[in-house]
Design a protein around this ligand. Structure first.
Ligand SMILES: [Zn+2]
Ligand SMILES: [Zn+2]
Length: 273
């Protein structure tokens, strides 16, 4: 389904892919042949799934995730908004934009996620965010790239920007999980990552207990641009999207300066989930 579908366009029944169809070209082992040292290390330290720890075949791909975890992390809803990926709760719908995108068109071109923020993926994001398992940023970013390869290639981003944390929050946490994923995604795509251009200038309260409207209000004018940046097409990276309030406000700040923005997230959920 095209991410550029017109709002309210009623066409055919929506497909209900249980998972992203991964491109075998990108799931296959890539880049230069492994060295003798690499083979030796593989024998000494056999690979294991970085999420569940199950043993992997000796010559598994760089992802280092088992098929069960890959399937769990890339689970898609039965149907979703083609613009913001809002998951629909029923498959008995035809392709259409969600009410939010129709009444309040987002400043981004499209938003896509790797999977539903539940079970395996939720567990992986929580481990990355709260358990200091930073090494998960790499397999998650590689999997995100594989899932959304065609959309990202079509958009042809010139720069990648993570959703920023306020400096106070960054000091408390010590890292920005979206930045970790953005950096790994940038490495995989060979696209530069800029973590200084888009900044959070207002410390906002936690969004957890807020309604959609309150979240929008809470984030109003919370971001600003620092300096100038030439690349026009920007891929914004977030960890989890719930109401799109953060993605919208970041994108609004960027589009005001003339940039075109698409958003990728690891997980997508909805407020009433
Ligand atoms: Zn696993
Ligand atoms: Zn939508």
């Amino acid at each position: 389904m095209s991410p550029h579908g017109k709002p309210n366009a009623v066409s055919r029944p929506m497909p209900a892919p249980p998972n992203h169809q991964l491109d075998p070209q990108t799931t296959a082992p890539q880049e230069c042949p492994p060295s003798i040292l690499w083979h030796a290390l593989r024998y000494l330290f056999p690979p294991a799934c970085q999420l569940c720890g199950v043993a992997l075949p000796l010559y598994s791909t760089k992802l280092n995730l088992c098929p069960t975890c890959i399937a769990g992390c890339t689970q898609q809803p039965v149907a979703a908004c083609p613009i913001c990926a809002e998951p629909y709760t029923t498959s008995m719908v035809v392709a259409h934009s969600c009410a939010q995108c129709v009444h309040h068109p987002p400043p981004f071109k499209w938003l896509k996620s790797m999977g539903i923020h539940a079970e395996k993926l939720q567990q992986a994001v929580q481990q990355l965010k709260y358990s200091g398992r930073f090494h998960l940023a790499s397999p998650l970013a590689l999997l995100l790239r594989q899932c959304l390869n065609s959309e990202i290639t079509d958009f042809a981003p010139q720069a990648i920007i993570p959703v920023p944390l306020h400096p106070k929050r960054l000091r408390e946490r010590g890292f920005n999980q979206s930045q970790l994923v953005a950096q790994q995604l940038g490495n995989a795509l060979n696209i530069s990552v800029n973590s200084r251009y888009l900044v959070r200038i207002r410390a906002t309260r936690s969004q957890t207990d807020l309604t959609r409207q309150q979240r929008m209000q809470n984030l109003k004018e919370a971001f600003a641009l620092h300096g100038t940046m030439t690349p026009q097409r920007i891929l914004l990276v977030d960890d989890v999207v719930t109401t799109t309030a953060t993605s919208r406000e970041c994108s609004r700040t960027l589009t005001r300066a003339g940039h075109e923005v698409c958003v990728v997230a690891l997980g997508r959920t909805r407020l009433d989930a």
